[in-house]
Design a protein around this ligand. Structure first.
Ligand SMILES: [Mg+2]
Length: 249
């Protein structure tokens, strides 16, 4: 939009507002797809953790825990599988109870979602706001179940920024979730649409590569910049806030 200058002697047109530019270091893409835990936000509560535990107890009669499992970057399905088979449950027993177990996780998180304490990671609000105002398609791709993931996004005050989400309800691997996201973007924006994933684990980088997409790794979760850089993402940041800081002279 343009307005007339009001200095009384000029009819020059000048921009009334100028959309802030997308930081040049960010890979260029038509769609940006964010992981949730450790990327968009961090949670300080036990709502999700307790829901997984409740599912193990109620469906498999196992008083299990996900403690000790390297769950960062995993999906809910693979976390449950790892936690249960180490107690002696067979894969067949796990799979037979899985639909019911996932329902328990959804039910428990729905019941307790007001207790979710989620904080956005540094620079996220600025980044998603900028990308959205730049007409980019924004999505989430997470190892959470859909209902769980959206409740966390909501708890962080980020609902409304994203047009779509891909989750682990029917996918045990992160690569499958990311492929679903790429397929969705292709359907919406065309087969040539470029996708950039943003995630905080080596598993995000690997899954993005499996989908031939760009990927930004951010060390706002549990992995360090050095660990993430070793996976060769297109860009590696300490956190998304780094995108908005001027380089030191
Ligand atoms: Mg994560």
């Amino acid at each position: 939009m343009f307005t007339l200058e009001d200095d009384g002697n000029s009819d020059m047109l000048k921009p009334e507002t100028q959309a802030p530019a997308i930081p040049a270091m960010l890979p260029s893409a038509d769609a940006y797809v964010f992981d949730i835990d450790g990327t968009l936000l961090v949670t300080k509560d036990l709502v999700h953790w307790n829901a997984l535990r409740r599912a193990m107890l109620e469906v498999y009669e196992v008083d299990g825990t996900i403690a000790g499992i390297q769950y960062h970057g995993k999906t809910d399905l693979s976390i449950l599988r790892s936690a249960l088979v180490r107690t002696g449950l067979s894969h067949k027993q796990f799979e037979d109870g899985l639909p019911q177990a996932l329902d328990v996780v959804r039910r428990e998180v729905e019941r307790n979602h007001r207790s979710i304490e989620a904080t956005t990671c540094p620079g996220i609000v600025q980044l998603v706001g900028l990308l959205r105002s730049s007409q980019k398609l924004l999505g989430v791709a997470s190892g959470n179940l859909e209902r769980v993931g959206w409740r966390k996004v909501e708890a962080a005050g980020l609902d409304g920024f994203f047009s779509f989400g891909c989750f682990s309800d029917y996918c045990e691997t992160r690569s499958a979730i990311f492929r679903n996201a790429v397929a969705y973007v292709a359907e919406k924006c065309g087969a040539d649409a470029r996708v950039c994933f943003i995630g905080d684990t080596p598993a995000d980088v690997e899954a993005a590569r499996d989908s031939r997409a760009s990927v930004v790794a951010v060390a706002s979760g549990v992995f360090s910049v050095e660990e993430l850089r070793a996976c060769s993402p297109d860009l590696c940041l300490s956190c998304c806030e780094q995108l908005f800081k001027r380089p030191r002279a």
